[in-house]
Design a binder for this molecule. Sequence first.
Ligand code: DQA
Length: 146
Amino acid sequence: YKFLVLNGPNLNLLGIREKSIYGDFTLDDLIEKIYSNFDNRLDLVNFQSNSESDLIDRIHESYKSIDFIVINPAAYTHTSIAIRDALMAVSIPFIEVHISNIHKREAFRHNSYLSDIAVGVICGFGTDGYVYAVESGINYLKNLEK
Ligand code: DQA
């Protein structure tokens, strides 16, 4: 299976930004951790952008070439109808991941424009959430084959 791991704005600063919330893993550490959890045998494309339009373009490019998306849309979670529409347009199954438990935080983080169209949502487990999401994605795709 081909996976796309998409990370939104400010996640390039993982390991620097608000460490008490997001931990001290850098984005590179995080991608490394995903690979190593699957014996480096994953077919995975990793993309981070601070730009909404670049994230949307990447989703469009994935049409027909990616089987599953793991996306942490970061702040765009709470604002972007355009990212929602892009995910619907390509109809690639996806899991929404948040490092922090967004429901424990400010009220404006409680709403997501993606959750109701996601296969599932994982939040509050730190960077482990990405590993859980890939594992769940594999199970989801295996079940489709049955
Ligand atoms: C986040 C939560 C968002 O509310 C925030 O804007 C982020 C990161 C998370 O991973 O916990 O940038 O998506």
